[in-house]
Ligand binder design. Structure first.
Ligand SMILES: Cc1cc2nc3c(=O)[nH]c(=O)nc-3n(C[C@H](O)[C@H](O)[C@H](O)COP(=O)(O)OP(=O)(O)OC[C@H]3O[C@@H](n4cnc5c(N)ncnc54)[C@H](O)[C@@H]3O)c2cc1C
Length: 396
């Protein structure tokens, strides 16, 4: 019987990892199944564009995996049982149970509501495609002078507010954040950001914590009401509750605790990559949930799976974090590098060049999903006769 590898999620981490594994492992020994809720690879980093009304390139997973031997299962994962090595999925046909020998958990994350009343029922978000499309439909309904309130002061809030303001100039866009918008940016980048907000006519309410959301308004901690026809909740990400509910060891925010090789510390047959993983980066800080982190965590998880299952040496992947690239609509942006202590450097690439660089990076990231071994030789490694972890593991 073949060794069954099941990959949960086909976002940046899952799709890249599955493709890479298929090119490294011998199909006589390994069977790779990918489970994803949607039939397409979704460029999540462009979902604010989709919500604003732009159309994204279609990337069907069947095409992405064509010729790789990967089995694609379009279904929603509802639970994982790591003791019995099974995953429960639901699709149009009903409930099914998949068995695995090795699991790669890469279900990503969604919007964090922080338990704020009304967010679930009344707010919109851009963390998943169905929700971005829901917001888009709502924006389509709004006439001139419709009011949009974006809640959050970090990357997604900034990108959503500027994209909506640029694509739909008739709307009145405002942003409320408990701290300072883009407060972590270097001086020049922040000045550039505030100028862009001015240009787009976005009203900014800083030090304003939204504590309740209703259909037509959001309410701050001091009681101030902000009239809003569409409240866009962009106050951070949280991983899906499936991980914690499955009995895998998680940290308080729900991310799965792993060793340096991306193996679950409680269930070493489960590997984790992307937003779902909690790991400390090379700078000593938790590795942030980002597309930029999905690459290195996937590479490490892949190296570990290949090493553990075929008896090869596991090379360590560096977990460095360089900074953020932020779009401010389609023609403006900021590329903010950070130093070794994760502090923003004083300077930053700004303007149209930064926007072009960001767009190119996103295109390369999407392209690399279907070309995962580019620059590396493809192999067909055989399954080692023992299921024990490789003795050559690099210490964490
Ligand atoms: C609007 C927006 C802009 C962003 N911009 C940037 C940026 O500029 N730079 C950056 O570094 N990061 C950015 N990010 C963050 C980045 O998108 C994520 O960190 C990245 O997508 C994480 O990759 P992942 O593979 O872990 O998860 P995802 O890309 O979210 O993939 C998870 C996959 O799992 C599937 N899935 C989830 N739940 C289930 C389930 N129960 N059953 C089956 N399938 C399921 C999803 O459909 C998806 O295909 C942005 C995010 C958003 C929302």
């Amino acid at each position: 019987m073949k060794h069954r590898i099941v990959v949960l999620g086909a976002g940046y981490a899952g799709a890249f990892s599955a493709g890479y594994l298929a090119r490294q492992l011998h199909s006589d020994d390994f069977e790779i199944t990918v489970v994803n809720a949607e039939p397409d690879f979704v460029e999540r980093v462009r979902l604010h564009q989709l919500a604003a009304g732009q159309d994204l390139r279609s990337r069907p997973l069947a095409k992405v995996f064509a010729g790789t031997g990967i089995r694609l299962r379009v279904a929603r994962v509802t639970s994982v049982d790591p003791e019995h090595r099974t995953v429960t999925v639901v699709d149009g046909e009903g409930i099914d149970r998949l068995e695995y020998d090795t699991l790669l958990y890469a279900l990503g994350s969604t919007a964090a509501d922080h338990g704020v009343p009304g967010v679930d029922e009344h707010a919109f978000h851009v963390a998943t495609r169905p929700n971005a499309l829901r917001l888009r439909a709502r924006l389509d309904e709004l006439g001139e002078d419709g009011k949009v309130l974006v809640v959050g002061g970090n990357l997604t809030a900034i990108e959503a507010a500027t994209e909506i303001a640029e694509s739909r100039p008739g709307l009145r866009v405002s942003l409320a954040t408990s701290g300072n918008v883009g407060g972590w940016l270097g001086t020049k980048a922040r000045r550039h950001l505030l100028r862009a907000f001015d240009r787009f006519g976005i009203t900014v309410h800083e030090h304003t914590t939204i504590e309740r959301v209703e259909e037509a308004a959001a309410f701050a901690a001091d009681g101030t009401a902000f009239a809003s026809d569409a409240t866009v909740w962009a106050a951070g990400f949280v991983v899906h509750p499936i991980a914690a509910a499955s009995g895998l060891e998680v940290v308080p925010n729900g991310q799965i605790a792993v060793d340096r090789q991306m193996r679950s510390v409680s269930h070493p047959d489960v590997y984790v990559a992307g937003d779902s993983v909690f790991v400390i980066g090379d700078n000593g800080f938790p590795y942030p949930m980002s597309c930029a982190s999905a690459g290195p965590t996937s590479k490490q998880a892949i190296a570990s799976i290949v090493g553990d299952r075929t008896g090869r040496k596991i090379a360590p992947t560096s977990l460095t974090y360089f900074g953020n690239h932020i779009s401010l609509g389609r023609k403006d942006g900021i590329f903010q590098l950070v130093d070794g202590d994760a502090r923003s450097k004083p300077g930053a690439l700004r303007g149209r060049t930064a926007a072009r660089v960001k767009s190119a990076i996103l295109d390369i990231a999407a392209w690399s999903v279907s070309h995962p071994t580019l620059g590396k030789a493809s192999h067909k490694y055989r399954l080692a006769t023992t299921r024990e972890h490789s003795p050559h593991v690099v210490a964490g």
